[in-house]
Design a protein around this ligand. Structure first.
Ligand SMILES: [Zn+2]
Ligand SMILES: [Zn+2]
Length: 156
C-alpha cells in the first residue's frame, strides 16, 4: 500500500519522469544526478522531463561545458560553487591575487589532478577521493615527479 520508489541513475540525456498508479501503490521514479558521487535528485525543467544533473551540478554549464564527458571537471565546479578555488597542495588562492577577475577565468588557473592516475577512467578513480585541485605550477611539478608530463592523458 505504500509508495513504490525506484531510483534511476542515468548517464545520458534527459529522462521522462514516470508517475502512475500500480494498484493501490503510487509508482514514483526518482531521477538521480548524473554525477556518480552525487545522491541528489534532479529537478523538472518542464512538466514531464527532468534535468540530467541536480541543481548544484547543473551549474557546470556556466564554467565547464565539457564536464559531462570529463567527470573530474564536476569536482572543479563544486569547488567553484563552494568558493574554494584553492590549490590543495600549496594553498594558492587565485581570488586573493585577482579579486576582480571573473571566477570562470580564475578556474582556468587550476587543474583537477587524479591522485592515483592508474585508476583514471574507472568508477573508483573518478571520485572526489581521487581528485585534488592543483594550481598549474603544482600540477606541472607533480607531473614531473610521476614521469607522466609528456603523456597526453595527463593534460586537462
Ligand atoms: Zn549532483
Ligand atoms: Zn599549488
Amino acid at each position: 500500500m505504500g509508495d513504490i520508489c525506484i531510483s534511476i541513475w542515468r548517464s545520458e540525456g534527459s529522462f521522462v519522469y514516470l508517475q502512475g498508479k500500480t494498484g493501490a501503490n503510487q509508482l514514483k521514479i526518482k531521477v538521480m544526478c548524473g554525477v556518480t558521487w552525487c545522491n541528489k535528485e534532479t529537478e523538472f525543467y518542464n512538466k514531464s522531463q527532468k534535468y540530467k544533473y541536480c541543481s548544484t551540478h547543473i551549474q557546470y554549464k556556466k564554467y565547464a561545458a565539457n564536464a559531462p564527458t570529463r567527470p573530474h571537471l564536476m569536482y572543479k565546479v563544486e569547488k567553484l560553487l563552494a568558493n574554494k578555488l584553492e590549490c590543495e597542495c600549496c594553498g594558492y588562492n587565485a581570488k586573493t591575487f585577482f579579486p576582480n577577475r571573473p571566477v570562470k577565468q580564475l578556474a582556468g588557473l587550476f587543474d583537477v589532478d587524479h591522485i592515483i592516475s592508474d585508476i583514471k577512467h574507472t568508477l573508483e578513480g573518478e571520485q572526489p577521493s581521487n581528485y585534488q585541485l592543483l594550481c598549474k605550477q603544482c600540477h606541472i611539478l607533480k607531473s614531473y615527479d610521476s614521469g607522466d608530463f609528456i603523456s597526453k592523458n595527463n593534460r586537462k
